[in-house]
Design a protein around this ligand. Sequence first.
Ligand code: PMP
Length: 372
Amino acid sequence: ALAEVADHVVALAEAEDLPGHGAAVSLEVPVALNVNENPYAPSPGCVADIAAAVAQAATTLNRYPDRELTDLREALAAYLTRESGVAVEPAQVWAANGSNEVMLQLLQAFGGPGRTAVSFAPTYSMYPEYARDSVTGWVAGRRREDFSFDLDHAESLVEEHRPSVVLLPSPNNPTGTALPPEVVSPLATMLRQNGGGVLVVDEAYAEFRRSGVPSALELLDDHPNLVVTRTMSKAFALAGGRLGYLAASPAITDALRVVRLPYHLSSVSQATALAALGHADELLGAVAELRRGRDDLVRHLREEGYEVAESDANFVLFGRFEDRHAVWQGLLERGVLIRETGPDGWLRVSVGTPAEMDAFTAALAAVRENAM
Ligand code: PMP
């Protein structure tokens, strides 16, 4: 009977042409540059601290975890304050299992039947899925040709649809484009004047932004409907730990307390994240190296004649290819897995270690040679 149920679910998904999340395709390859992970595993010191913290948490696993995430929210607030220079209070912070869950909770709290969520394509492929899973209407606007954000277009969509949620990644995935600071405030204000929706600036890759690019955290005090989400998956090299978080007004974190499942964040997750936060300096050192690797990669690809989108993230969108699938396949045959995503003709590659970048650029040169 279970198999029948599984078949039924698959058939339903196929009938409705529902997209599964593309990143779920996982292949065993020597060089995996497809899901924007941090290529550096936690250091032995960090591993030891995480192991000790988890061992301590294990002594009380008969009890439910702290549902208020008290210590963790305090540590995350202190980290955000330090990283951005903006004073963030623990009452403004909320956390869940990855920013994926944070976003779903936001859609559960502020979306729902009869309400609309808006984003601007090309953008993060999970947004329409959060909308679908929370039965929220979905409207995809567009970015300009160069992937920059078009405030006039966004404002006209807000007037037309009066969305309850606007999702705006900065830097954007898959293009790497950071939002110019001057668009966030007008959009947040406009949302308040058009039905009171929340503006979610998804800063999953914020730590990789180039110097001089501000964080939307700076605008939190001005806008009670502004939410800034972050994750430990990228800069903190903790994708497997599943820890995402946000900063917003306490009224918003209270709304999330209504929809979260009881004890949604395990004691083990809380202990792991706290221990990793203790290694922030070391981890952000690796981020600085990855930013240099990103800038080198952009320069190299441009020198090779490719079109490359400006990137403030730990990945680069490049092209354009007549047949991008053939290039993706050719790289895979040479042991390098990247992501076939974004507008047609473009491919996305995550920034790995220098050795991984060498493997990627060599494979790309070989694929081009082969095609000539
Ligand atoms: N937002 C964006 C823009 C992302 O690219 C990702 C992950 N690829 C996430 C959110 C979710 O990350 P996580 O759930 O690991 O925090």
